[in-house]
Ligand binder design. Structure first.
Ligand code: ATP
Ligand code: MG
Length: 178
């Protein structure tokens, strides 16, 4: 196993496309160097994401796990209480995986959005960042990253929406959006 002394806190945020896919690109690079990567998805869409198939081929070096009941956006069928309970369970699972010290890199996909949506107090995130295994690289994706998370991070990238085909009426398609 690679011994990493100082894992980085990486944040991919902004309104432009590419936050989740950039995190997966980083993971692909890491796996090639012998690092073990886990991606935890806090928000599950209704699509069959292509990456779930690709990543199966890289198991056990790169694992991807959808957490909880999934969808928590406005369209969610969950009540507020159910949504919070769902996130609390997902968070417990995420903490367990991180503290298990099994991985060299963990991606918490859409976690910024979950915090912004008020489903997870930012303090829980900050505590995790303080207590995580030192060597662990952690990548947090999602729009509207919290100010305090940005302050704590080592690397923050904002995807800027200059143009998106969606505004031309081009719908989500295989291989691009999912
Ligand atoms: P990707 O998973 O493609 O890297 P993302 O993680 O940056 O995208 P999210 O905020 O998670 O984007 O949004 C999920 C979906 O919304 C993606 O399929 C993406 O294509 C789409 N999307 C992202 N940005 C925009 C935008 N500016 N306008 C319209 N749709 C967008
Ligand atoms: Mg995303």
């Amino acid at each position: 196993m690679n011994v990493l002394k100082n894992g980085l806190i990486i944040v991919n945020t902004g309104n432009g496309k590419g936050k989740t896919t950039a995190a997966m690109g980083q993971a692909l690079r890491a796996v090639g160097q012998g690092l073990k990567v886990l991606m935890l998805q806090f928000i599950k869409g209704t699509w069959d994401y292509g990456e779930l198939e690709s990543i199966k081929k890289l198991d056990p070096y790169f694992k991807i796990k959808p957490l909880g009941k999934g969808f928590v956006r406005a369209k969610s069928k969950l009540s507020d209480t159910e949504a919070i309970e769902n996130i609390n369970q997902s968070w417990e699972q995420a903490e367990k995986e991180i503290y298990s010290d099994t991985y060299d890199m963990v991606i918490l996909d859409e976690i910024n959005y979950v915090i912004d949506f008020g489903l997870l107090p930012v303090d829980k995130m900050l505590t995790l960042l303080k207590k995580k295994p030192k060597r662990l690289h952690i990548i947090l994706t999602g729009r509207n990253a919290h100010k305090e998370v940005i302050e704590k991070a080592d690397l923050v990238t904002e995807m800027v929406d200059i143009k998106h085909h969606y505004s031309k009426g081009i719908k989500a398609q295989k291989g691009i959006e999912f």
